[in-house]
Design a protein around this ligand. Sequence first.
Ligand SMILES: *Cc1c(COP(=O)(O)O)cnc(C)c1O
Length: 353
Amino acid sequence: MSEAEALAGELEVDLGAIVANWRDLGARHPSGPAAGVVKADGYGLGAAPVARALAGSGCRHFFVAQLSEGLALREALGHGPMIAVLGGFPAGADAGAALTPVLNSPRDVAAARAAGLRGAILHVDTGMERLGLNAAELTAAGDLSDLGLRYVMTHLACADTPDHPLNAAQAARFAAAAEALPGVPRSFANSAGIFLGRDFASGLARPGCALYGINPTPGLPNPMRQVLRLTVPVLQLRQVPAGVTVGYGATWTARRDSRIATIAAGYADGYPRALSGRSFATAAGRPVQLVGRISMDLITLDVTDVPELAQGDRVELIGPQQTPDDIAARTGTIGYEILTSLGARYRRRYLPA
Ligand SMILES: *Cc1c(COP(=O)(O)O)cnc(C)c1O
């Protein structure tokens, strides 16, 4: 480790755990191996290393959101696996045969037909109202057999709420749409959808978050393996006498003579400022409280009860004791947002698959 790296946060990504999660999701799914959703740079963990590990374990289908992500991923993976672009291609974009566009509107369908494009994915909307052809548009599109569609897909709005009535409605609408496209394989479930039962399990599943250890069954124990460990070095330790305040706005006052550790991460690295004084880290195996305001580049911790902690030691900010889901719950967001906010300044270290 270089001197610069010794003073920066390190994100340890367990590629073996990601591959194990992918295998586990495929085993739960009657149609077999799942795709890997690696949009937004693999949910912040690194699309190229994640996708290479999955491809090396047999994953043949990948989804990204944007054309630029697809082009970069093709560079990383070489020829072979399907790389589908959920947002589709901008009009006129020539991605060659390297990428698979998702057709999200009648206009996309017409453009694909005019270009003689074959092998795209058709997105039908069944209740999300973001992208995709609705039932009337699908009917109006008529016979699509000339497009050689690779898949027909839809996306669930409420998969993480198993009792929500929209789930069954979407399953019924998707079945009807797919019946109008005989012989076209289906793609339905996201991570949470895989856990909803057989009506949701047909065809190619598209898990994202669960690969990365986010709980796809909120309210129930997390069946996935944890993937991430974020450790941040202690830049300085100081004694703060009782009655003295720490940090911006002087929001925290030491009630006892305290030992404060300042660590090298802040909201610029994606740790939510809203968690000032309301979150924990793990120092030498013990929980320690974040005190005072979270700054752009620094966080202060009360480590009075961890006397052995020394300057340069690493404190765990994300890991088994503080999962991305735990941190998200404290600040009213979802684990996805914690992951995709993980900062560019962290060194990413990959444990091999
Ligand atoms: C992001 C996304 C997924 C993956 O969803 P997760 O909840 O992360 O499993 C699947 N399909 C589509 C269309 C998506 O946009």
